[in-house]
Design a binder for this molecule. Structure first.
Ligand SMILES: [Zn+2]
Ligand SMILES: [Zn+2]
Length: 194
């Protein structure tokens, strides 16, 4: 079991609430993302600001965390390679179980291959990092585009078609342009065609 870092901006102390079902507390926290949250193409970068709202409610099994995360992810358009911003706003609600309850749950789930998704309180701390990471990654586009109708780059010469909509080359067999798309940039054996 990983020990939790109380200095992490994603960790909240639930001690006031623990074992007092029905009590509740709310936070707003401006977090500086300690690590990148996202994928290779788009992410909230390390050092970027994240607004985190959290309501913690003590329930029988543990502490229920309900909240939202707002930030701006940055990345590149997969078509034209321009930089782009993507506003992130996600909500979440998860139970952080008391370790004894969670242990019971693990026992019940034992024998199944599937990863058991129950979050646990450790030392009465609620660590939102994994939860926030999963929620944000789920909302990010797999293939971000700067705009829905981004025309991308010319497959022949790499020019940005948005800058030059009438751009064209003397037509070659379209099967060749499909092959050109597959060719790695910078390979020496590209055939010159005129
Ligand atoms: Zn684009
Ligand atoms: Zn071109």
């Amino acid at each position: 079991m990983a020990t939790q870092d109380a200095a992490s901006p994603w960790v909240f102390d639930t001690r006031e609430l623990v074992r007092r079902a029905g009590t509740m507390t709310e936070f707003s926290r401006a977090v500086t993302a300690p690590d990148q949250i996202g994928t290779d193409v788009i992410a909230i970068k390390a050092g970027d600001p994240v607004e985190l709202d959290l309501r913690m409610e003590s329930v029988m099994e543990g502490v229920l965390g309900t909240g939202s995360v707002r930030a701006t992810a940055t990345g590149v358009c997969v078509r034209c390679l321009d930089d782009l911003d993507f506003p992130v706003e996600v909500t979440f609600q998860e139970l952080f179980a008391y370790p004894d309850r969670a242990a019971h749950h693990h026992k019940v789930a034992a024998g199944e291959d599937e990863q058991d998704d129950v979050y646990e309180l450790e030392d009465d701390l609620m660590d939102l990092e994994e939860l926030v990471r999963d929620a944000v990654v789920t909302t990010l586009p797999f293939q971000p585009v700067c705009r829905d109708d981004c025309p991308g780059l010319c497959s022949e010469c790499g020019a940005r078609l948005a800058d030059d909509p009438d751009h064209h080359h003397d037509v070659i067999d379209p099967r060749w342009s499909a092959l050109a798309d597959l060719a790695q940039p910078g390979t020496d054996d590209e055939k010159k065609r005129n």
